[in-house]
Write a protein that binds this ligand. Structure first.
Ligand SMILES: *[C@@H]1O[C@H](CO)[C@@H](O)[C@H](O)[C@H]1NC(C)=O
Ligand SMILES: *[C@@H]1O[C@H](CO)[C@@H](O)[C@H](O)[C@H]1NC(C)=O
Length: 382
């Protein structure tokens, strides 16, 4: 059943990229209507399937926009995150909570070096594939499986669920996502070789071994998450996992979520929009004047813009570039040009005395994978 839905969804998605029409297809109009139904306000922006977009589909200014204007407003209740999803899917939420408890308990046990089982592991390491916690950091990675399972629940009854239309339109087309869609195992080297060759074409200067290590870790982490949660729906789980991790952002306090409409905006190192949270809704605010029909962009990772676009430029390294390629299919070369640093503020609107939990900027931070732990984990293994 679920496999059926997902293959229809993927087939639909690939059709939509080859049959462009300008400026807005019927599918986009239906999506816009959906936005309004779930309370998303689109004062100055709209989704369009058009060749004008860098990726075939993107969000455009529907009229002239002035710097500081709110172009989109997304109520928090429309965001797919754990707490909202638990209201719709209490059974899955209960399952996830009990697994999480178990995983955290095991993690704590391993941190006690004097624990007999920990000592035994030091003496006699477990077979590689059994040691799932080696590839999953419980404080960093569990949201990936949580959001994936909730998204699968949404798709199970996509025609009736409020998020159904939106999640059905999730789409990503790059070598890593195609690899996930084949439901490949980390052991299966033929498919992986093909993926690495494609990634290499996109980022010719990258060391093939670094590429392989990144692809390998992504697959092993997914495999480890499947084992820890004991879920093995195939192949839609892998497909949805790839989509979730490229669309989710960290919403502060360890909560990750996917924000509808925001997730349809394409990436640029020179974004013209910034995300802001006013306590009840996410707003996309123009960072400069934007002309009608211009495409709007965000920068998918603050880390990239901060390292590339500031004096820390030299810190942008091959590992970060490779990881960005694997996570989003974006080939970001270390010598990308000078652009201004993107600001993400928890409360960018002026004249509001509303209390927010945190006045500092950067309460909302784009979720990227922890590159340092990735390298250190590889080091311990190679
Ligand atoms: C989908 O709908 C069916 C029938 O109403 C229901 O039994 C099932 O639990 C729903 N699935 C989810 C994940 O909510
Ligand atoms: C641009 O947005 C579309 C969805 O609107 C998405 O399918 C595509 O992957 C995005 N492009 C990039 C480079 O992320």
């Amino acid at each position: 059943m679920l496999g059926g839905i997902v293959s229809v969804l993927l087939a639909g998605a690939s059709v939509s990229t080859s049959t462009f029409s300008s400026p807005s297809t019927n599918k986009d109009a239906i999506f816009t209507e959906w936005c309004h139904r779930v309370g998303i306000e689109t004062p100055k922006a709209e989704l369009r399937t058009t060749k004008e977009s860098v990726a075939g589909r993107g969000v455009f200014a529907s009229q002239d926009v002035l710097k500081g204007d709110v172009v989109l407003r997304i109520p928090e209740a429309a965001v797919l995150h754990n707490q909202n999803a638990a209201l719709y899917f209490p059974e899955t939420a209960g399952f996830l909570a009990s697994k999480k408890q178990k995983i955290l308990k095991e993690r704590r046990r391993r941190q006690r070096w004097w624990d007999p089982r920990t000592l035994w592991r030091r003496l006699r390491p477990l077979p590689f594939e059994k040691d799932n916690l080696e590839f999953v950091d419980p404080s960093e990675d569990l949201w990936q499986m949580e959001l994936t399972l909730f998204a699968l629940d949404v798709l199970e009854n996509a025609s009736v669920h409020p998020w159904g239309l939106w999640v059905s339109e999730w789409y990503r087309d790059d070598p890593m996502q195609r690899l996930h869609q084949t439901n490949v195992q980390w052991k299966n080297s033929v498919e992986i070789d093909g993926c690495i060759a494609e990634l290499q074409e996109m980022l010719p200067d990258a060391n093939p071994l670094t590429l392989r290590a990144a692809v390998d870790l992504r697959l092993r982490r997914l495999n480890a998450l499947k084992n820890l949660y004991d879920v093995h729906h195939v192949p839609p789980l892998d497909t949805i996992y790839g989509l979730v991790i490229s669309r989710a952002i960290e919403l502060g306090k360890g909560i990750a979520g996917v924000i509808p409409m925001f997730d349809m905006i394409n990436h640029s190192l020179e974004p013209n929009l910034a995300l802001s949270f006013d306590g009840s809704a996410f707003e996309l605010i123009a960072q400069r004047n934007i002309a009608e029909n211009e495409e709007m962009f965000i920068c998918y990772t603050r880390d990239i813009s901060e390292t590339i676009n500031t004096k820390k430029k030299s810190l942008w390294d091959e590992v970060s570039a490779v990881w960005t390629l694997v996570q989003w299919g974006i080939p970001t070369l270390p010598e990308m040009g000078d652009v201004k640093k993107m600001t993400i503020k928890s409360s960018a609107r002026e004249n509001q005395n509303q209390e927010t939990e945190d006045d500092d900027e950067a309460t909302i931070k784009i979720k990227t994978f922890p590159i340092p732990s990735w390298t250190s984990r590889r080091k311990t293994r190679l």
